[in-house]
Design a protein around this ligand. Structure first.
Ligand SMILES: *[C@@H]1O[C@H](CO)[C@@H](O)[C@H](O)[C@H]1NC(C)=O
Length: 585
């Protein structure tokens, strides 16, 4: 446990490329009278949690104190749009501050309009004291007709103190002032320190929402999915055992083909395609890249979720994202290895091209979405636009870590696992694929394949979406770990069944079909995301909408890769198993 924690912090250290803060925010221990920094983070519409702007983009004014202008955030924070700026308020540890005016703004026409716009759109802002987040609302709309707009001008901070540490902060907004051009608005603050019994280690607990995350529905859904796995695994193994045994028996007896049975669409015929079943998939380069990326992502998800179970990452801003980037880079050899090996087995010759595409595929996918959202963010001057420095840092990680590691993986994969050792020989001439009923066509099978895996995850996805899009702190990584394992099992079982049906209809194109029948899970998830957007959120505006759909598409693409790759792996194990017992005459 301790090593993991140490490793984690070491990682964070390596990733905090530009972290230079000199205060006691690092050890969180304060002496009497020592400076406590109040950081202003972002301000933005309550319903659009990702549309955020720097606090001082509204015409607020700063306090008199002005030593550190800007906090240099870590990579993960920057990517999440954290934009800390000094408030200028003078706060010292255990020194209460009486109601004090800290600055004054005369509202010009323009400034008044900006405030009215913010109040109308329910803007709220976020601040940090000693890493504890604090939220406050900008103003209030009166219920008159026509409505009047008021601005809160007084901030009262109640800071809970346990020994020499800050364990609790509450903000109360007070003294509303009517916004109208020409008005003089004075901003004031007040600080009290109270002894508190909260332990330092538990100070983030008040941000967690156990009644939401540990709702009965959540437990029930896990139980439900688990039963589904048991049922599916049992069903698949039972059906397959029986059918396979029947098949073996029949093939071994004689070739008296029962035409009737064939017409009934019975399990006839998988053995017929033994000369084609190991034919390389079409588009081997693309196929190997997809499978390699999918398995790499599966490793990343497993590693990150396990790490998050062991270390409480929600106490540090951006650390989950930083950790994900690090783990992704470290897992690059996996993608390279799998992709390279698969491509070599498929007889592909352009291996350098394959290796480069493999290394850059996911980063390119990510960049294209991030770039387009970023362009809109710049148009909006939102704090989500990527700073140049951090873009360069990302490029450096890509060029100097991900690319070489992935190439090493590819070379190893080609040399260690690039030889196809197939149980059946591949015929020189491909067999024609017989006509079949519409529901046996590969597209239909692939579409149906995703239904059950989607069914096993969609309740968990509700919790994940809600915590991502509505800023609830997701902390139940044990749940997500279980659900991920369940998803892998269900996907594996379902794709095996799909491939079995396909092979039985004497269609040997199982590779792509197994990938797509797993990947179609993500299609359903995306439809669910559309539903979620319209019925569960109140987001509006071009920026937030494109952010939502862009990043949801990315999330679903990642899930498609993972499920598809797992489907392919499970199916190829299965296919190898059944064809290794075929006697070729
Ligand atoms: C903050 O508010 C909560 C809930 O009202 C209260 O229990 C806690 O004591 C308050 N903390 C401080 C420091 O005032």
């Amino acid at each position: 446990m301790l090593q993991i924690k140490a490793l984690f912090y070491l990682t964070m250290l390596a990733l905090s490329l530009v972290q230079l803060v000199s205060s006691d925010e690092h050890n969180h221990v304060y002496e009497e009278g020592e400076e406590v920094v109040l950081w202003m983070n972002t301000v933005g519409p309550y319903h659009n949690r990702q549309e955020t702007y720097t606090y001082f983009s509204l015409p607020f004014c700063r306090g008199p104190k002005q030593d550190i202008a800007h906090y240099h955030e870590t990579l993960g924070e920057a990517l999440q749009g954290v934009e800390l700026e000094l408030s200028g308020l003078d706060i010292d540890f255990n020194v209460p501050v009486k109601r004090t005016t800290y600055c004054e703004v005369t509202l010009s026409e323009e400034k008044a309009e900006a405030f009215i716009y913010a109040v109308k759109n329910h803007y709220w802002y976020q601040m940090y004291i000693d890493d504890l987040p604090i939220w406050g609302i900008v103003g209030e709309i009166s219920k008159d007709d026509p409505p009047q707009f008021y601005l809160w001008t007084h901030k009262k901070l109640d800071i809970g103190v346990n020994a020499k540490q800050i364990v609790d902060v509450n903000l109360t907004s007070d003294s509303k002032v009517l916004i109208k051009p020409g008005a003089k608005v004075t901003f004031s603050y007040e600080v009290t320190f109270k002894p508190s019994k909260v332990q330092f280690a538990d100070r983030f607990d008040k941000y967690l929402d156990p009644s939401f995350f540990q709702h009965r529905i959540h437990w029930f859904s896990i139980f439900n999915s688990f039963m589904m796995v048991v049922f599916l695994v049992g069903l698949v193994s039972m059906i397959l055992m029986r059918t396979l045994r029947k098949d073996y028996d029949r093939y071994n007896k004689a070739d008296d083909v029962d035409d009737l049975e064939r017409d009934l669409g019975d399990e006839y015929g998988w053995k017929q395609v033994h000369g084609d079943v190991f034919r390389a998939p079409t588009q081997p380069l693309l196929f190997s890249v997809l499978i390699g990326s999918g398995l790499q992502l599966a490793c990343v998800i497993l590693a990150v979720v396990s790490l998050a179970m062991l270390v409480e990452m929600y106490t540090e801003r951006g650390s989950l994202l930083s950790a994900t980037i690090f783990v992704y880079a470290a897992a690059s050899p996996v993608g390279g290895f799998v992709g390279g090996a698969l491509y070599a087995r498929s007889g592909g010759r352009k291996w350098i091209k394959q290796a480069v595409v493999q290394a850059l595929f996911i980063p390119a996918l990510l960049t294209s979405v991030a770039l387009s959202v970023n362009l809109i963010a710049i148009g909006y001057r939102a704090s989500r636009s990527l700073p140049v420095l951090h873009s360069i840092a990302m490029l450096a990680i890509l060029g100097f870590v991900i690319l070489p590691l992935s190439l090493v993986g590819t070379v190893l994969g080609r040399n260690l696992a690039g030889q196809p050792n197939l149980p059946c020989r591949v015929n020189a001439v491909p067999r024609p694929i017989p006509e079949k009923r519409w529901f046996m066509e590969p597209p239909v099978i692939c579409l149906l394949g995703g239904l059950l895996p989607f069914g096993s995850i969609f309740i968990e996805m509700y919790f994940v979406f809600t915590s991502f899009w509505a800023y609830k702190v997701y902390y139940v990584f044990g749940f997500s770990f279980l659900v991920f394992l369940i998803l892998l099992c269900v996907t594996g079982c379902v794709t095996v069944v799909c491939a079995y049906f396909l092979l039985n209809s004497e269609d040997y194109r199982w590779q792509w079909c197994s990938f797509l029948s797993g990947a179609s899970t993500a299609l359903y998830l995306y439809m669910y995301a559309v539903y979620y957007f319209f019925f569960k959120t109140k987001m509006y505006g071009l920026f937030q909408t494109s952010f939502y759909f862009g990043y949801m598409a990315l999330f679903c693409a990642a899930l498609a890769l993972v499920c598809g790759a797992i489907g392919f792996v499970a199916t190829s194990l299965f296919v190898r198993k059944i064809y290794s017992t075929v006697k070729i005459d």
